[in-house]
Design a protein around this ligand. Structure first.
Ligand SMILES: *Cc1c(COP(=O)(O)O)cnc(C)c1O
Length: 392
């Protein structure tokens, strides 16, 4: 083997306005460059307690079982689904976006059988359809996506959905990856049994340690399983030894990611969770108004608009992939295209955490408008910028 000649790491200075990761606050980056301590060091044990308290604050829960799972959002997702689903369980999942499909794959791997509640991509679940699916299938667990990053749809009426599930003695698992710390989410008040999230969306932290919370009802099911969870790494009955009272070794915690998450959550607490939800609505509201005044159309109706992920219809005759590449190459701005049923049809513009700032919205509107004009789209860029400026 020749010695590889690799240059020093100097990443480009991007503005991250895609579906995640979002821009990371300098205080989080600073926290992540501080020295390591051991994962059982008394100092780190204190950090663990603080992170758990900060997560409870952010999730709006008093759940004892509130931890950062080592790994990305999908690890917290698999910890939730893989521990709560026992072989033979029936699990109801949605079909209205990309992440309901991922839930289904995880349920099957956990030995559960999947039943579906349908809604088109770009629309939320209708409680009546959920009720009908319960009557037909009597599922043991119901999973739904609170903020569907693939379609830009926010699921409304969450308490109605949890009521339906509980009246059928089922547990509810909520995907809150793109809602935690960005849009209103009240785990206890809405009676959500299990919620998982990711750090790199509205919390603006690098990926690596992902929030998870379970109430006693859910944890009772997990701890009384007849068969061990299929993943050793994500087995909550084992992880409780480390994150519970014993603080005994299970696997080495990603120390640096936990430092980062602590600082990201401290920023949430400093701002105040409700102020943070309001900021996302205000800044993303400026973005939405700007896009619409420019002549573009949002994919989701206003009632289901998801401030943290704005799905915009690609104007006719425009090649979405070219626009996305040009924004990155010429303006250092990252946005994304559609997935699955919406591939080529929408742009996905994130407005998450530290990225949800007026200066980013104005920069994005100007850059996107100019790239679309180059592609001969019928857009009125000055009108869009003026509308956004007055909304912000
Ligand atoms: C990003 C995302 C995930 C997966 O998270 P990763 O960090 O990519 O593993 C799951 N659900 C939703 C809704 C997401 O947006």
């Amino acid at each position: 083997m020749n010695r590889p000649d690799v240059t020093e790491l100097v990443p480009p200075d991007r503005t991250l306005m895609g579906p995640g990761p979002s821009d990371v606050h300098p205080r989080v980056l600073k926290a992540m460059s501080t020295p390591l301590v051991g994962h059982l060091d008394p100092y780190f044990i204190e950090i663990m307690d603080e992170v758990q308290d900060l997560l409870r604050y952010t999730f709006r829960t008093d759940n004892q079982w509130t931890i950062p799972v080592s790994g990305t959002g999908s690890a917290a997702m698999e910890a939730a689904i893989g521990n709560v689903t026992e072989p033979g369980d029936t699990v109801l999942v949605p079909t209205n976006g990309y992440f309901g499909g991922r839930m289904a794959s995880m349920v099957r791997r956990a030995g559960g059988s999947v039943v579906e509640v349908d809604a088109p991509w770009g629309e939320p679940l209708d409680p009546a359809a959920v009720e009908a699916a319960f009557a037909e299938h009597q599922p043991d667990v119901f999973g739904f996506v609170h903020a569907e990053t693939s379609t830009g749809v926010l699921q409304p009426e969450v308490p109605q959905l949890t009521d339906i599930a509980h009246s059928h003695d089922a547990l509810v698992i909520a995907d809150t990856v793109t809602s935690l710390g960005g849009v209103e989410l009240r785990v206890d008040e809405w009676d959500v049994d299990v919620a998982y999230s990711g750090p790199q969306k509205c919390l603006s932290c690098p990926p690596g340690a992902s929030p998870l919370t379970l109430n006693d009802r859910a944890m009772d099911k997990v701890l009384s399983r007849e068969e061990d969870a299929r993943s050793w790494y994500l087995d909550l009955s084992l992880l409780q030894g480390y994150w519970g009272d014993d603080r005994a070794y299970h696997h080495t915690a990603p120390i640096t990611n936990i430092y980062g998450l602590r600082e990201a959550l401290r920023l949430v607490a400093e701002e105040g969770i409700e102020n943070r939800w309001a900021r996302h609505r205000r800044v993303a509201g400026g973005l939405k108004t700007g896009l619409q005044s420019m002549g573009l159309e949002m994919n989701a109706p206003d009632d289901y608009w998801l401030p943290s992920l704005n799905a915009v219809r690609v104007p006719g005759g425009v090649e979405a992939g070219d626009v996305i590449s040009q924004l990155l190459a010429e303006y250092d701005i990252e946005i994304a295209g559609g997935l699955g049923d919406l591939a080529g049809e929408i742009f996905r513009i994130g407005c998450m955490g530290h990225s949800a700032r007026p200066k980013n919205v104005i920069a994005l509107l100007g850059a996107l408008g100019s790239v679309l004009k180059d592609a001969d789209a019928d857009v009125d860029v000055p009108a869009g910028l003026a509308a956004a400026n007055s909304a912000l």
